[in-house]
Design a protein around this ligand. Structure first.
Ligand code: PLP
Length: 356
């Protein structure tokens, strides 16, 4: 606490990311990083871009990257916005699209950055409890007659549950809220959910946010993007250009463009992660865990007889880090990122010795 702080600062509850320990040889299954490295083509492109051109500012419109995204997803250039990680894209969406009189609605169990942005930007909000099985009930997001409809935000698949909402259900939410923006955070969509990008060609109130951090193995490069109607994208651009007109640096643009263009490597790595996830879920169920069906690169699992925090601590002693959340509805669960086959085998082996 300092008297020099702006008044809003004292009231903030900043986001706490999963730890990034400095120790070597850890099996790190706590922050949903991709166990595969980035595409070799990305690394080549980055090396080729490391030269005296770094003295120049990057293209403020990131046109090469936006064109690659537009081509890959079958949308037009004015439908694409890029930012420095999808966290930044979301922050800009909070300011540009989600701050209205009617409260923003998002699930009670979801990405814990959302309430943090509400605090920072003064966004009125209302949490909507997930169903008992942690699914999103579409009816909870359809406006009641005569009530002003506020904006809506949810990840698909949701985090940290991993549960996916079918595209038809997302369309019901979008179509049922023509007076409000619906933002779908698709950080994990490539691991098994249906993308809402096709809806952006038919509805002007849906914004899809994606990241290169997870399915394209580039968490360290910090690139995310949004796809929506040109009017929504223009709203994001107006905020971006009032905040930082060069968010994507030269290297990030080059690396991200190469990543989007290398579909072969993308398909190979994401199917490997999906395959490992299904094998890990089966092994965990054999050990007695309840595993929520996941369409993401992590699973949420609880053991009926064991305290989750104690399990996480015991795993840590064996050099394996997983994530445990204190929210009462998921306090019995561990969120386990999908690592390599060897890392997941090490986890299962460690759990077997801990559970005897
Ligand atoms: C990881 C994650 C993000 C943020 O990703 P960036 O690394 O900032 O692009 C956004 N939303 C959800 C739900 C995530 O899990």
């Amino acid at each position: 606490m300092s008297r020099y702080w702006s008044p809003v600062v004292a009231g903030l509850s900043p986001y706490v990311p999963g730890e990034q320990p400095k120790l070597a040889n850890l099996v790190k299954l706590n922050t949903n990083e991709n166990p595969f490295g980035p595409s070799p083509k990305v690394l080549d492109a980055l090396r080729a871009a490391c030269d005296e051109r770094l003295r120049l500012y990057p293209d403020p419109g990131s046109d090469r990257l936006r064109k690659a995204i537009a081509t890959h997803y079958g949308v037009s250039l004015p439908q694409v916005f890029v930012g420095n990680g999808s966290d930044e894209v979301l922050a800009i969406a909070f300011q540009a699209l989600l701050n209205h009189d009617a409260p923003l609605r998002f699930p009670d169990i979801t990405y814990s950055f959302y309430p943090v942005y509400c605090g920072l930007y003064g966004v009125r909000h209302q949490v909507v409890p997930l169903a008992e099985d942690f699914s999103i009930d579409v009816r909870d997001y359809l406006p009641a007659a005569g009530q002003p409809a506020g904006p809506i935000l949810f990840p698909n698949p949701n985090a940290p549950t991993g549960r996916a909402l079918p595209l038809a259900d997302i369309e019901r939410i979008v179509a049922g809220n023509p007076d409000a923006v619906v933002v779908v955070d698709e950080a994990y969509v490539d691991f098994g959910a249906e993308s809402a990008v096709p809806l952006t060609n038919r509805y002007d109130n849906v914004l899809v946010v994606q990241t290169l951090s997870k399915s394209r193995s580039l968490a360290g490069l910090r690139v995310g993007f949004a796809i929506g109607s040109p009017a929504l994208i223009e709203g994001l651009e107006r905020v971006k250009n009032s905040f930082n007109s060069y968010p994507i640096d030269r290297l990030a643009e080059v690396g991200a463009t190469a990543a989007i263009e290398d579909t072969e490597y993308f398909e190979f790595t994401r199917s490997a992660v999906i395959h490992t996830r299904e094998a890990l879920a089966a092994s965990l169920r054999e050990l007695g865990f309840d595993v929520i069906p996941s369409a993401a690169n992590f699973v949420l699992a609880s053991h009926p007889a064991r305290d989750a925090a104690a399990l996480a601590a015991a795993l840590r002693e064996k050099g394996i880090i997983v994530r445990h959340f204190s929210h009462p509805r998921i306090v019995r669960y561990l969120r386990i990122s999908i690592g390599t086959t060897q890392e997941c085998d090490a986890l299962v082996h460690a759990l077997r010795t801990i559970l005897v």
